[in-house]
Design a protein around this ligand. Sequence first.
Ligand code: SAM
Length: 295
Amino acid sequence: MDESPDVTSPRALSLLFKKYGLKPRRQLGQNFLIDANIVRKIIKAAEISEDNYIIEIGPGAGALTAALARSDVRLAVLEIDRGLIRLLKDQFKNLPQVKIMERDVLEVEWEEMLIGLAGRNTEVKLISNLPYNISGPFMYNLFREAFPFSKAILMFQKEVAQRLLANPGDSDYGTLSVLSRYYCRGENLFDVSKNVFWPRPKVDSTVIRLTPRSKELSNPEEKLFWEIVQSLFQQRRKTILKRMSIHFNIPRNDLTELLKKAAIIPAARPEELDVNQFAKLARITYNYLNNISER
Ligand code: SAM
């Protein structure tokens, strides 16, 4: 391991790519970190302790992986690119605590995988410089599994990070923002210049930290919450009253009453509602649709 090249050095990285006959693949969002300081900041933000289990997505040539391996923690890295898998297996061959897995992360069933890797009672943390082209669908998948990590330190294109952390009224507030606020507490940690990647992407990035929140809704209520949020933001210019009445076919008078109970103005637009209002609306609508008297 000590003889392994420092892949945050652009020269070492390009030599390594040459050795393995690889070229950065834009269609896989391959922009490799070439700044050891940013690597350190990301690892520090994860507050790793030895009994944690770490999942890294898209290890690339191993910039973050090498730093994680130094903290003596068990870790699994999931990479889709077979060429990079070859490179990683060589780089980390002397470190049995690093499990290298060839996977498309969009296909992973997280709960099952995490129990298999880490067991049931281990704190599993997620670290990734995410490929920009899959970050949206990837986050939806995590939320669909109720965010099964104890902490995530994730680097996104700046505008995706802004969407995840947006507040009601912000222009980028939408489905992803509401879901992320329902499942997690999000913090903007720091911005990362496009100049610290090879090859250089067009836009800057942002590193954020997500920690899970306890769930407010039962599973069936939560299902309806997703349906409401997605349906309302599909036509964000329509009022809540209009969109809800079309989507659920609820008589107008009943709907006005439901919205009143949820403390929502019927003429409001979805971008004005915060996550608690969406959650309340889901619970009240669920009760109405299932003839359950108010809790
Ligand atoms: N972690 C490395 C770094 O910071 O230098 C590389 C980050 S690069 C932005 C994203 C990585 O994700 C690439 O290695 C790419 O091959 C990998 N990747 C892209 N799509 C993937 C997918 N669906 N599943 C797993 N890995 C993927």
